[in-house]
Every structure is written in C-alpha cells, then in structure tokens.
Design a protein. Structure first.
Length: 107
C-alpha cells in the first residue's frame, strides 16, 4: 500500500491506499463536506514531520492541557487554540505552537 498526503479545505491528512482513487475515496467517506485540494503520493511509507520546522527543541513530552483542548474541540485546531488560550492565558502564538506541537506528537 502507498501512503498519500491529502489536503482538503480544512485538513491535511495521511491515508493508506492501493491507489490514489482508494485514498481519495476513504477521505470522501470520512469527510464528505470537504473539498479535496491536493493529493500527493508520499515517496516513502513513512510520514515525517520536522521538529525543527515546527520550532520544537528539547524535550517533546505531550502537553496534557493542549491534548485536553484538542479532545474538547474534537480535533478542530482553531477551536483547540481558542480553548487553550482561555485555559492557560497565553497569547495566540504560544497557544498555536502548543496545539500544533501536540498534533504533531500524535494526538
């Protein structure tokens, strides 16, 4: 199976599929209201996110407050950022970094 990176109007997702059509079908099944913007077959069977690119340095322990906000927001990043700002009192940039970091750690 190949690994496909699929960008929709609201998400960037990773899906396995025998073909691009199969991966696209899986996304349409789970996210029927979103338009697919781009589908790219990944060159390897591993999805890699650069910690340096995300600004993550040092320890990478998950933040339980950020994960709780992601859970409450049902994975909606923007809503999770707002919740995190409310819960912790940090600014937008700090909240965005915390939420995105925890998403990249496999929330």
């Amino acid at each position: 199976m190949a690994l496909y990176e699929i960008e929709t109007t609201a998400h960037i997702m990773i899906a396995w599929g025998q073909s691009q059509a199969e991966a696209e079908s899986a996304i349409r099944e789970h996210y029927p209201d979103e338009d697919i913007v781009r589908i790219t077959k990944r060159p390897r069977d591993v999805w890699v996110i650069s910690k340096r690119l995300l600004g993550i340095e040092g320890a990478t322990e998950p933040c339980h407050a950020a994960r709780d906000c992601l859970s409450k927001a049902r994975g909606d990043k923007v809503h999770a950022i707002r919740l995190y700002m409310q819960d912790t009192g940090v600014d937008l940039q700090q909240a965005q970094r915390a939420i995105e970091t925890n998403m990249s750690l496999g929330w």
